[in-house]
Unconditional design. Structure first.
Length: 202
């Protein structure tokens, strides 16, 4: 897979890898500072990826753009993507606020799918960052950071698996049940947040 990525992104691939590591280190630094101040670890894990060549070409084609690496740099906001998974809902908003206050990278767009879930039940907080990237014609590219709780991540993983499986029976029933589960998991997230807040207050 990495060979395909390298061939597709060409001269941009190593700079994209470098940017991925730079932002990953920045996120870890923010989380470490948060953990030190709060006296507890707020994040379960952070993961990152450079979008596969196949996935990028498919996305560009759907949007009506050329399917080249140059087109990807100019038109797509998640060539490099990050997923930050927290224990509690409140930590998602705390970390977003820290990202804003830090100011290392400019936040150009936010989508709060926690407060406003997608119709299928998907919940997450998406942040689009504008980052210096001298190799791009514009001098910058955009990357995406998704923040969600463990429960939200569990649901999204199952929904993603179903989306890419073909010839599934009872699709409508499964989608309905997934949406119901999303609501129940959101309720559990809020209950866990309330319990944590009660414990903190003593």
């Amino acid at each position: 897979m990495e060979g395909n990525q390298s061939a597709y992104y060409g001269q941009y691939y190593i700079p994209l890898q470098n940017l991925e590591q730079e932002i990953l280190q920045w996120l870890r630094k923010l989380v470490d500072a948060y953990a030190k101040q709060a006296g507890e670890t707020p994040v379960e894990h952070i993961r990152s990826r450079i979008k596969t060549a196949e996935g990028m070409q498919e996305k560009l084609h759907k949007k009506g753009f050329e399917t080249t690496a140059d087109s990807a740099l100019a038109n797509v906001s998640d060539i490099v993507g990050f997923r930050l998974v927290t224990h509690f809902v409140g930590e998602v908003y705390d970390i977003v606020e820290r990202m804003k206050q830090d100011g290392t990278f400019r936040i150009v767009k936010e989508k709060d799918y926690i407060a406003n879930p997608k119709p299928n039940g998907y919940r997450s907080y998406h942040v689009i960052l504008e980052c210096p990237f001298s190799e791009a014609e514009s001098g910058t590219i955009r990357v995406e950071v998704q923040l969600r709780t463990i429960a939200m991540d569990c649901w999204a993983s199952l929904e993603h698996e179903m989306k890419y499986k073909k010839h599934i029976d009872n699709v409508e029933l499964i989608e309905r049940e997934l949406k119901r589960c999303a609501g129940e998991m959101a309720s559990t997230d809020l209950t866990m947040q309330t319990l944590r807040d009660m414990i903190r207050k003593g």
